[in-house]
Design a binder for this molecule. Sequence first.
Ligand code: GDP
Length: 652
Amino acid sequence: MPSLNLGILAHVDAGKTSLTERLLHAAGVIDDLGSVDEGSTQTDTLALERERGITIKSAVVSFAVGGTTVNLIDTPGHPDFIAEVERVLGVLDGAVLVVSAVEGVQAQTRVLMRVLRRLRIPTLLFVNKIDRGGARYGSLLDELRSRLTPALAPMGTVSGLGGKDAAFHPYPHGVAGLVELLAEQDDDLLGAYLDDRPVPGPRLRDALAGQTGRALVHPVYFGSAMTGAGVDELIGGITGLLPATGGDPAAPVSGTVFKVERGGAGDLVAYLRLYAGTVRLRDRLAFGEGRTGKVTGISVFDRGGAERAPSVDAGRIAKVTGLAEVRIGDTVGAPPPHAADRGQFAPPTLETVVLPRRPGERGALHAALAQLAEQDPLIGLRHDGPGGDLAVSLYGEVQKEVIEATLARDYGIEVAFEQTTTVYIERPVGIGAAAEPMGGANPFRAGVGLRLEPAAPGTGVRFGLGIEPGSLPAAFIRAVEETARRTLRQGLHGWQVTDCVVTLTYSSYTPPPPYGWSRWSSSAGDFRDLTPLVLMAALRQAGTGVHEPVHRVHLEVPADALAAVVPVVGRLGGVTQATTVGGAACELEADLPAVRVHELRRELPSLTQGEGVLVSVFDHYRPVRGAAPGRARTDFNPLDRKEYLLHVSRRA
Ligand code: GDP
């Protein structure tokens, strides 16, 4: 049976949870409709989410409709968690974006639509709440066209707007507007349209499905999650217009891990989206960079629950155990088809030190945070050396509350946070090179030469070989590369160095004697110990500039509050990029240093009488003006040769 991985996305309160329930009810997965207002819905798995009324972690519910298995993947809705949304979106075959018929396009709606279009995910729009007073049709379609995308295909009309009898009436095929829209991407249809020839319904439907599947056109349904109006038609669109995939179960295994959690027995459970191949119990799988694990358990999602199975095949999602050290975002087997264009994850731009309230719990806190970091891609842990501080990376302030509540509830640890600080990066400003042959002042049995040069923003750290292939054993090359990457986590000012190419330009080593091993022959350890010294010498020559993360904030405020908001954005170091005034509401886009976003969020209610909405997404890094901020080192400080060698010899 073909399967479809579907995500439902919405601005908070547009009705995502209610619509999810409706779909599950219509598919026969749940008997009773719960109510989000009572906190009894299926997909809000965490108690914390129930308390806060938001959905943070993704969960999966599967059901069959019309010959298709739909894996409904719950995506988080909070703006502070947009990065996780992107991660989850990477595994979707299609999406439903929910818009309220009353509120219309809201700040997050635009952000989500932009991400969906960037990732080219086929998307249907569902205009919800047509039963509510103030619900709109024509003006709402205009709003969707002007503020989301003009490539919309309205799928019907409505009657009884704003009342409990509001209904959706699907168009029969062959509506003139649809031919015109589809003809833009279809020469055949264009010919028919220009000649005024009638186009048969099925031909139009195929063209619509084709263009929807390529995310060129977005069908729009109207309805109500409350009364169920339009929901059957939406389901028809999900199964008929979104591209369900089979995938080849006989092909080599290819999949992505999009969620990791701890099972009851403390073992790691990986949520695997399988694009090709079949995974069976006891199979050995390769994942991440060079890790492997043996599958000890498989559960596939079926009718709401996950059920044990001996295997899972292409197109499906399964919970897989046995993959120790598996991490979110890991590729399993061959890289999946969209890996390249779907791999952009925003980096965490903030950090805070976490302290246990009870002094004796440092060890327990460390263990708990390490476990959370492993399951949650939004949590990164940095340890400032033995006895040093524990720092976690953050995407936004709200994450502090989530971490604090999780630690208290799941681990019984009470914590306090220090002030949130910025995570800067360093980029090389020039080219640097350094080399150390064996002998002389070099105490290691290795010779290494490295060149470091700047690369385009967003390309990360790349490693290349500038030596004859075969002139250095692969294990030593690996040792140099791994060490170079680790060393670059702390540049000249203590920040991660990125967007550069490191090239191994020279190497020498002493091979072992013909039989066995000698204490005079080179080891990978020699290369690991020498590389930081050479690389930092090259980096010092290149020089680095410190850059700060800048977020793009989208604000929606009442028009009469604009005059109060703009100066505050400026005071916080923001640069206003665009404002659009449309009637009583207006929109403002600005670039703001990541660390100031929270202040703006906090001041917004008083500036806008509680009407303002703010969505923020990481956008780019910009050079820090003035003195470069530094971060204390936690490594052996390879910038200081003496200190470094002392540490290395002590460790030995
Ligand atoms: P979410 O935040 O997007 O998940 O939205 P919810 O599903 O939690 O819905 C937000 C609020 O809108 C709740 O109070 C719902 O009862 C209400 N709601 C959702 N869908 C509809 C609808 O179609 N009509 C009406 N009148 N209210 C709705």
